[in-house]
Design a protein around this ligand. Sequence first.
Ligand code: B16
Ligand code: MG
Length: 218
Amino acid sequence: MKIKALIFDLDGVIVDTAKYHYLAWKELADELGFFFSKTDNEKLKGVSRMRSLDILLEVGKVELEYDVKLQLAAKKNERYVGMVKKMPADEILPGVLSVLKAAKEKGYKIALGSASKNAMTILNQINISDLFDAIIDGNKVSNAKPDPEVFLMGANELNVKPQNCVVFEDAAAGVEAAHNGKMFCIGIGTKENLAEADIVIPSFENFTINDFEKIISR
Ligand code: B16
Ligand code: MG
């Protein structure tokens, strides 16, 4: 593999925003009168905002008109953004910053490939937007993961062929998206959750660019 670019998912890879998503969704479920558990929240990882709402409503067995759903999604997002904007910069996950910087120094191109429409807000909040050569987020794509659009758009903006890109993903839908785009995928998490990933690492903690190069030279 001649790897020239690294594409990072955001939520769950660079920063653990899942906990804020959970709090905001749970508040909505509480208001609608049902319990939304942390286990249920796992199903929302990597999934778009409106699809997340549909999953939440399925859990609560609640059926609503589309207009109402739009209002609820907006309400949840307002609460979520309120929390994210208070997030301190040191919430960037351990090891991520050093891998990003080392990759850049070694001449790899770096892109973000996230389903989130709030990606810019989050990157600015943790002061790392300057490290990316391309930022593809939920505002730019029309097809959610597992569609490969977000990663293919990233490769295209970087001017690198998909087969020369590696994707870092924490969600099964994202791993599938990377593979649908013919990209090698390093899962961040557990083998149980990310069985389809080419290799899984628990996190970037103690992970170096040399470890990365060993993986891609196999
Ligand atoms: P927003 P990622 C995804 O981000 C999250 O994993 C998912 O839980 C969320 O619903 C989605 O972004 C949309 O986020 O409501 O901020 O647009 O993992 O693809 O970086
Ligand atoms: Mg993610």
